[in-house]
Design a protein around this ligand. Structure first.
Ligand code: SF4
Length: 78
């Protein structure tokens, strides 16, 4: 019997890296001198920080993840 799920019960498809989610928006934090933050622009979590993780070779467990180009790019990277 062939399983259609990869180890960890993730569905088949491209690696589910948070950085490759179509809904992630990289932007500056609101605090002065703030660092970059990864916001979610999915309708369910809009404006909340992405659950990540943003580590090499570590896939997200977010059930809302979809592969795609980022909806928004960081300021100055257009
Ligand atoms: S929280 Fe989920 S849907 Fe939102 S940007 Fe992160 S991985 Fe994508």
């Amino acid at each position: 019997m062939t399983s259609h799920l990869r180890p960890g019960s993730l569905p088949p498809g491209p690696p589910r890296y948070a950085a490759r989610c179509r809904f992630v928006q990289v932007t500056l934090g609101s605090n002065p001198g703030g660092h970059l933050v990864n916001l979610c622009r999915h309708v369910v979590r809009d404006g909340m920080e992405c659950v990540g993780p943003f580590l090499d070779d570590t896939e997200t467990m977010c059930g809302l993840w979809e592969f795609g180009e980022r909806v928004h790019e960081p300021p100055g990277r257009g």
